[in-house]
Ligand binder design. Structure first.
Ligand code: ZN
Length: 233
């Protein structure tokens, strides 16, 4: 069975539409979302409604929980704060209720799905390096844990060297970001996993980034939030 795993949409409807169209083209029925559906981007309600209408199971990201008020934005950057406050001002009651009910993790297909890290997922740690990921391997027993949060696609193995996932070792795979990639590539990122062959593939999809850029500027969110999308940073 093939499944698609998406993360960090951040209110970028154009990127989400492009990714879902690609997933449909590949005839993949089963999609999971690792959270941060909202925050930063100009179309939070539309993104939540699309995820809901397609019955895509999702977990909670830090921006989702900041918009509901469950997580303090004290430690957020100025840009992230601005995005959360604007999103709070326009999120519908129904969509906020949906965000409130998102769980912090799901386990299916022998995979642990979390937003940031399998250890204390509600603390939203950043796994940027193999050293950051080191202690996380003790917190799951399945071979595979998938994460988002850093917006940078990467594979960490518990032995530090193996790059291709396999069942006899533990891996943490960061699926990258749909709506705000930060690895220097502006194209939307997600993964396809073949649960029988036990392989993953990172997919990049072009989307109408100019339209999102214009929308962010029209709302009056920080210019840098618009510009970073063009650079993928
Ligand atoms: Zn995020």
């Amino acid at each position: 069975m093939k499944i698609a795993i998406i993360s960090d949409i951040h209110g970028n409807l154009e990127a989400l539409n492009a990714v879902l169209a690609k997933i449909d083209d590949l005839n993949i029925q089963s999609i999971y979302c690792l959270g941060d559906i909202v925050g930063y981007g100009p179309s939070p309600n539309e993104c939540v409604e699309l995820i809901r209408s397609r019955n895509i199971p999702s977990i909670a990201g830090n921006h989702d929980k900041a918009v509901t008020g469950e997580l303090s934005i004290e430690s957020f950057s100025q840009m992230a704060k601005a995005g959360v406050l604007w999103t709070k001002s326009i999120i519908t009651e129904e969509n906020e209720e949906y965000l409130l009910n998102l769980p912090y993790s799901i386990q299916e297909h022998d995979i642990v799905f979390v937003h940031s890290s399998p250890d204390h997922p509600e603390e939203f740690r950043y796994l940027l390096s193999p050293e950051d990921a080191r202690e996380s391997f003790d917190y799951f027993s399945n071979p595979l844990c998938v994460v988002g949060h850093t917006h940078r696609p990467v594979v960490f193995c518990e032995d530090y060297t193996t790059k291709e996932i396999r069942r006899d070792k533990k891996f943490i795979v960061n699926v990258g970001s749909v709506g705000q990639p930060r690895d220097g590539n502006w194209k939307a990122c997600f993964i396809i996993m073949d649960t029988e062959q036990y392989t993953i593939e990172f997919i990049r999809v072009e989307y109408d980034v100019e339209t999102v850029h214009k929308k962010i500027k029209a709302i009056g969110l920080p210019q840098k939030l618009a510009d970073r999308l063009l650079a993928g940073m």
